[in-house]
Design a protein around this ligand. Structure first.
Ligand SMILES: Nc1ncnc2c1ncn2[C@@H]1O[C@H](COP(=O)(O)OP(=O)(O)O)[C@@H](O)[C@H]1O
Ligand SMILES: [Mg+2]
Length: 356
């Protein structure tokens, strides 16, 4: 019997915004193409797919006893607040329904970047110095770091709230940016020391003995030495073509190992499960800093999970099948090994861009 996997997702096309929402309000939601890609990949791996939709649709099916799946593959980002990514995992935990990926607590900790940083600091995982600003009063007292700083949202992803102006060098700009975050995004601002240098991301897979995958380097406008440049929202979404991924990163073995080790330690620090991705900046002296961890990394076609598999002679299909296997194994429901070997090779190789 084929196992049935239920897919939970929040699609951009289902989003209904409110007047006054920032332009990037629905940035983290997925496109129908990404959801369909996951569905067809899992079908090729031998599963039957049931498209469920968002947390409310899931709840409806659970309460009417019509869910009827063996496992849920969840990519729901939710709409509001720092627990939005925890909603689906919590519903599933309540009803003892097996699912792929991290649990509700891990989702909440990672989305609240400050909560995650506290775990990293406790576990000796290097992360930029920071302070939390609930408003823009008494900044001179609060700022023990100096300048330059970067002002970010406390609990959003996909570079939401990040514009060129987010890197600040004086108190007037710091105040302006904190006001934007607190007033437009309705949350405290995370203010960090700005790490001048280069940028990387490291996927991690597994549970008891998680493994870091090849390091992926980010280039902007063809440059890998980013200096003061960073991933603003319009680069991620509007000017997507200016950002390229290089995998494996063309860096020393020492730095590769250092980031892979930090990535696994960050993953374990907040108890991630099955898969995740850790974002880094490396300063001009070569010291890596963990910016954040994503237990719900993008699985979209042009993103990192479509690129790194080719650096290890694998593919998106194989990696997704592996992630499902980790989830089945962890929950003791793996009675049929799925390898994904017999699926169609993907075309994502074209996303593997080398910059020299
Ligand atoms: N401390 C920092 N120093 C330099 N650049 C940063 C720093 N924090 C974030 N950035 C830039 O902002 C981008 C988004 O920040 P990140 O913390 O990864 O949040 P998210 O990806 O969830 O929006 C990073 O990819 C990086 O380009
Ligand atoms: Mg990030």
């Amino acid at each position: 019997m084929r196992k049935i996997i239920g897919l939970t997702y929040d699609l951009k096309t289902d989003w209904v915004g409110n007047p006054g929402d920032p332009v990037d309000a629905n940035a983290e939601l997925d496109s129908p193409a990404t959801m369909e890609r996951i569905a067809s990949t899992l079908e090729r791996a031998g599963y039957s797919i049931k498209r469920i939709g968002n947390a409310r649709k899931l709840l409806k099916l659970i309460t009417s006893d019509e869910l009827d799946v063996d496992l849920v593959f969840n990519i729901c980002e939710g709409y509001h607040g720092r627990n939005r990514e925890s909603e689906v995992p919590l519903l599933l935990e309540m009803h003892d329904i097996p699912f792929v990926g991290s649990d509700a607590l891990t989702m909440g900790i990672s989305l609240d970047k400050i909560a995650a940083k506290k775990c990293f600091i406790a576990d000796g995982v290097s992360t930029p110095r920071y302070f939390c600003a609930y408003n823009s009063d008494n900044l001179e007292k609060l700022n023990k770091i100096g300048f330059p700083l970067i002002v970010k949202t406390r609990h959003e992803g996909t570079s939401k709230g990040l514009t060129k102006g987010s890197r600040v060098e004086d108190y007037a700009s710091l105040k302006r940016q904190i006001d934007i975050i607190t007033k437009q995004y309705h949350q405290p601002a995370l203010v960090e020391e700005f790490i001048k240098g280069s940028e990387f991301t490291v996927p991690v897979l597994g549970n008891i003995d998680p493994k870091a995958m090849p390091v992926v380097q980010v280039s902007i406008d063809g440059k890998t030495n980013l200096g003061d440049e960073f991933f603003t929202f319009d680069r991620v979404i509007i000017k997507e073509s200016t950002v390229k991924y290089i995998c494996p990163a063309e860096i020393s073995e020492k730095l590769t190992k250092e980031m892979q080790d930090l990535a696994v330690r960050a993953y374990q620090s907040i108890d991630c499960r099955d898969f995740g991705r850790v974002d880094f900046r490396v300063d001009e002296k070569g010291k890596p800093y963990v910016l954040e961890i994503n237990p719900l990394p993008s699985l979209a076609e042009k993103d990192v999970f479509n690129i790194f598999p080719y650096a290890i002679g694998s593919s998106y299909d194989e990696v997704l099948a592996k992630i499902v296997n980790f989830a089945l194994e962890r929950q003791g429901i793996l009675d049929k090994k799925v390898t994904g070997k017999d699926r169609v090779k993907q075309t994502a190789k074209s996303n593997l861009v080398k910059v020299r």
